[in-house]
Design a protein around this ligand. Structure first.
Ligand code: SF4
Length: 923
């Protein structure tokens, strides 16, 4: 049996490459490393990352991460030598040149696991390795001789998964009033007897409890707006009354987050507040959009030849994971985020139900389906953890009215406006329209996979019901008017096919004709407002509108026929067929709403503008490449539909965040703005208000340094500043950028140099690693630093020493879009003053969120650096009260940070005596 110790191993980082063979380990050049990998399969860790470091994309080998995914599916590991060493209980390699030897030891340890009697994930492994051997997976040969053949035939994934059970409808929740003493006692029980006394948390919990009181009138929910600084203990503060209410009333509380990081944290913390099971059913359920979950039918199709080559290997590893997964969540659940990135292309997305092709009860795996299981589990759960978009979509068009959320806590409440903005918008784009065509017609041309059109999905209806059959044929014919394969090339070349492609071509031409950028790539698409359109454009839009109406009419008719069928209940309509038809009905209704929203958008083109909406045309492109053409419609104030859809039917709603209110002055929170952004004014509800300052000592724990001598627009100087700041802090830096282009330029200039100093640098949009895994890597290594854009500004929760420096490349101005300009004008009209106030509020919110990454606990210390000479003083109130702020030169910033690091992380402002004259102390 071949031993891993005999296999050559390769490690590549920004500081060099190391190859280990029987003669020992030595540093080699990139060329030699590439040649060696081409000659024989080498042991390596994260092949795409190694390929990226070598600048040779086609690299492959024996990737230890693939082996780990096979041996321990659904188990967490940080995909670095350090992370692997921790889970395998091996010594961490201290230097780069020790990594190849470590890879051999790690392979040995993993392969040995397969022979241990207590290998927890043995079931299914033998069959999987047989299948993987047929696919020529490099590890299959090494595993085949080690995994013993089971004595009895093993259960295959689809028989191994448990079936969900249909539960009776729940009665409506009892009306209860939570008692202050009970809430305080439950909070004390959750925080534990040794916990420090936190009066603000107690007050917060009592106010949160008030939102669960019986509603006094229709459309008058209890609303609480609660701003609570980091460290108040918000999560347990609302979970305590939520758990009490759920227990006493028999109802369900929904907690909604914006980031996956908080969702993960909530899943963990809710274990303290809720028992794992009640009457044998889970009390806490995480709910996400369908597109997050594995679709078993797609997986079966992939395993049976739908996927080829490397994608087929991925399908086998996903099947291993599915058998051990907690809930089948592929995006942010227990499927390692790095698994998909090992296999290029969009393998993971193709295994989810992205495009609504689910056939519900017509699916052989319906009773084991992860999505259906989550939906049923949430109906009987006490706590549902969801995200803002899902809560809003569910409130707007949830399949079951009884399951719509009525008691909702929006954590990360400062993002509710943005989530409502995208949920309640309409977008008629090439990409959306071709998706609709595929949904109606089914696959065309060379497309593979199991997707089927409406006619195939409803073949039994068509054969039973003539009118239904006619409607299906009419919808299919009308869908031919939508863009088809190759639409973008035809639109760009000026050869559009059909009325909707003609509209897209005319839109593109109009946007380009009005472009004022002179062809400059600003990092985002081109836009023009829907105003002063000429006659020919309006005629083209009119033809597209007619074509859409021709499609909607038969869809509406088909929906009505399906409704009649369910009510008539013919003989062949058994339970599963009924469920499938109800599923189809709701999918058709959703498409009818979509097409109707497009028609409304087109109908407005020739007429006067509607003051409630902002409409514009866009050519979407990035890095010089066009990828879509679209007509957009957004609510000027998306909280108006939010109030109608989410607030009005609810009984209690809480919006909470550390940054709910603007801090336009140091005197305290601006409640008027927060109330205006909650939607309560549309229902004339007076919200309850709560605010608590963070208990952290910011004067001692943090300092803001505004660096005044890095010239704007000089990427070389920006890169040098980043490199020196990261080196001064000894890593542990989070670099935030407003443009991907600049992020890449800075990363390209400094990554090698920092690596040579033992300071690894990772970057979003550069490293072939998903964002969640990048944060895991950053958190795990105090010497690592991470560069990124918006998603990192408030999706990162890294308490402790791993994050001690945040660097913002410039003031985070809002994107100067048509939508922003309209809201700026509206704010100006409503409140007088200049539109600048809106910009300032947005910037302060972004600064506050970014600053919030730095100090996560009472022991954290750190510096927040903004590289902007022109940082306006009016924005300084964004930082928490008491935080010292200084304008300094880069040299002073470097000395301050280095002194703080060497003083043992004492980040109290260190002002060097000889630097005082250069500093302008501004707070
Ligand atoms: S029920 Fe739908 S989503 Fe679930 S496995 Fe079947 S086709 Fe996929």
């Amino acid at each position: 049996m071949e031993s891993p110790a005999d296999l050559p191993a390769l490690h590549a980082s920004h500081s060099g490459c190391w190859l280990r063979n029987p003669r020992g380990t030595r540093g080699v050049g990139k060329g030699e490393a590439i040649m060696a990998a081409a000659d024989t399969p080498l042991l390596m860790l994260n092949a795409p990352l190694v390929a990226n470091r070598l600048g040779y994309p086609d690299l492959s080998g024996l990737d230890l991460l693939e082996l780990y995914a096979f041996i321990h599916p659904a188990r967490f590991v940080v995909p670095t030598p350090k992370g692997l060493a921790a889970v395998l209980d091996l010594p961490e390699p201290a230097t780069d040149d020790a990594v190849p030897g470590f890879l051999q030891a790690a392979a040995e340890r993993l392969l040995a696991t397969t022979q241990a009697d207590d290998w927890a994930e043995r079931e299914g492994a033998w069959m999987a390795v047989e299948a993987l051997a047929r696919l020529r997976w490099p590890w299959a040969g090494l595993l085949a001789g080690r995994i013993r053949k089971p004595e009895r035939a093993e259960r295959w994934l689809f028989s191994r998964l448990p079936e969900w059970e249909e539960a009776p409808e729940r009665p409506q929740p009892a009306q209860v009033l939570l008692d202050d003493a009970q809430v305080t006692a439950r909070l004390a029980q959750l925080t534990g007897s040794g916990a420090e006394e936190r009066p603000a948390q107690k007050a917060y919990a009592r106010d949160a409890a008030a939102t669960f009181a019986p509603r006094r009138a229709q459309r008058q929910p209890h609303v609480l707006l609660a701003q609570a600084g980091t460290g108040t203990g918000k999560t347990l503060g609302y979970l305590a009354p939520a758990a009490l209410w759920a227990e006493q009333s028999g109802g369900t509380v929904w907690v909604s987050t914006y980031t996956k990081a908080l969702q993960r944290q909530l899943r963990h913390e809710s274990r303290r507040a809720f028992p794992p099971l009640r009457d044998g059913k889970p009390t806490v359920v995480v709910r996400k959009g369908r597109e997050n979950y594995l679709c078993l039918l797609n997986l079966e199709d992939a395993l049976q030849g739908g996927f080829q080559g490397r994608a087929a290997i991925l399908a086998q590893l996903v099947a291993r994971w599915a058998a051990y997964s907690q809930d089948g969540d592929m995006i942010g659940g227990d499927l390692p985020g790095w698994l998909g990135t090992l296999f290029r292309k969009r393998g993971i997305a193709a295994l989810t139900d992205q495009r609504g092709e689910c056939v519900y009860a017509g699916c052989p795996h319906y009773r084991k389906c992860f999505i259906e299981r989550a939906a049923r589990a949430s109906a009987s759960a006490e706590l549902v953890i969801a995200n803002h978009a899902l809560v809003m979509v569910n409130a707007a068009r949830g399949r079951d009215v009884a399951q719509r959320p009525t008691r909702i806590v929006f954590d990360e409440g400062h993002h509710v406006f943005d989530a409502a903005d995208s949920t309640f918008s309409a977008e008629l784009s090439g990409a959306e329209a071709i998706e609709l065509r595929r949904w109606v017609i089914g696959p065309e041309g060379k497309s593979r996979g199991r997707r089927r059109g409406l006619a195939a999905r409803l073949a039994d209806v068509a054969s039973y019901d003539d009118q239904g059959s006619e409607a299906i044929t009419a919808a299919r014919d009308a869908a031919e008017a939508l863009p088809g394969e190759g639409w973008l090339a035809r639109v760009i070349e000026g050869n559009p096919l059909g009325p909707v492609e003609e509209l897209l071509a005319a839109t593109r031409a109009l946007v380009l004709s009005r472009d004022e950028s002179g062809g400059q790539e600003a990092g985002y698409g081109l836009e023009t407002e829907i105003a002063l359109l000429d006659g020919p454009y309006i005629e083209v839009a009119g033809r597209a509108q007619e074509a859409l109406a021709d499609l909607r009419r038969p869809l509406v008719k088909l929906g009505l026929r399906l409704e009649a069928l369910v009510e008539d209940g013919p003989d062949w309509l058994d339970g599963p067929a009924r469920a499938r038809i109800e599923g189809a009905r709701s999918a058709i209704q959703w498409r009818c709403d979509l097409v109707a929203s497009w028609e409304r958008l087109l109908a407005r083109l020739g007429g006067p503008a509607d003051a409630d909406y902002v409409d514009w045309l866009a050519l979407e492109r990035s890095e010089g490449r066009e990828w879509d053409v679209a007509l957009h419609r957004h609510f000027l104030d998306p909280m108006k539909p939010f109030a109608e859809t989410v607030l009005a039917p609810a009984h209690g709603v809480m919006l909470t965040s550390a940054t709910l209110c603007d801090r336009s002055s140091p005197d305290g929170p601006d409640w008027d703005g927060a109330i205006g952004r909650s939607g309560v004014q549309y229902l004339e509800v007076a919200p309850r208000l709560f605010s608590a300052e963070s208990p952290f000592d910011f004067a001692r724990q943090a300092e803001v340094l505004i660096v005044t001598d890095v010239p704007k627009g000089d990427v070389g100087a920006l890169a040098a500043a980043y490199a020196r700041l990261i080196a001064a802090a000894g890593g542990g830096a989070l670099g935030l950028f407003t443009a991907i282009r600049r992020l890449r330029a800075v990363y390209g200039r400094i990554a090698d140099r920092l690596a040579r100093e033992g300071l690894p640098l990772y970057a979003q949009h550069v490293d072939p690693i998903d964002t969640g895994t990048l944060v895991d890597i950053f958190r795990d290594d105090p010497r690592a630093s991470l560069l990124g854009t918006d998603a990192l500004r408030d999706g990162v929760d890294v308490p402790g020493d791993s994050l001690r420096l945040v660097v913002m490349e410039q003031v985070p101005w809002p994107k100067p879009s048509i939508l922003h300009r309209a809201r700026r004008l509206a704010a100006q009209a409503a409140g007088g003053g200049s539109g600048q106030a809106l910009d300032d509020r947005i910037i302060r919110a972004r600064l506050a969120q970014a600053f919030g990454r730095l100090i996560r606990s009472a022991d954290d210390r750190g510096h927040f650096v903004v590289l902007s000479a022109a940082f306006p003083s009016r924005l300084l109130s964004a930082f928490p009260q008491g935080t010292p702020v200084r304008r300094v030169t880069l040299d002073v910033a470097l000395q301050t940070i280095a002194a703080s690091v060497s003083a043992g992380a004492a980040a109290s402002p260190v002002v060097l005596p000889d630097e005082r004259p250069q500093d302008e102390s501004i707070r």
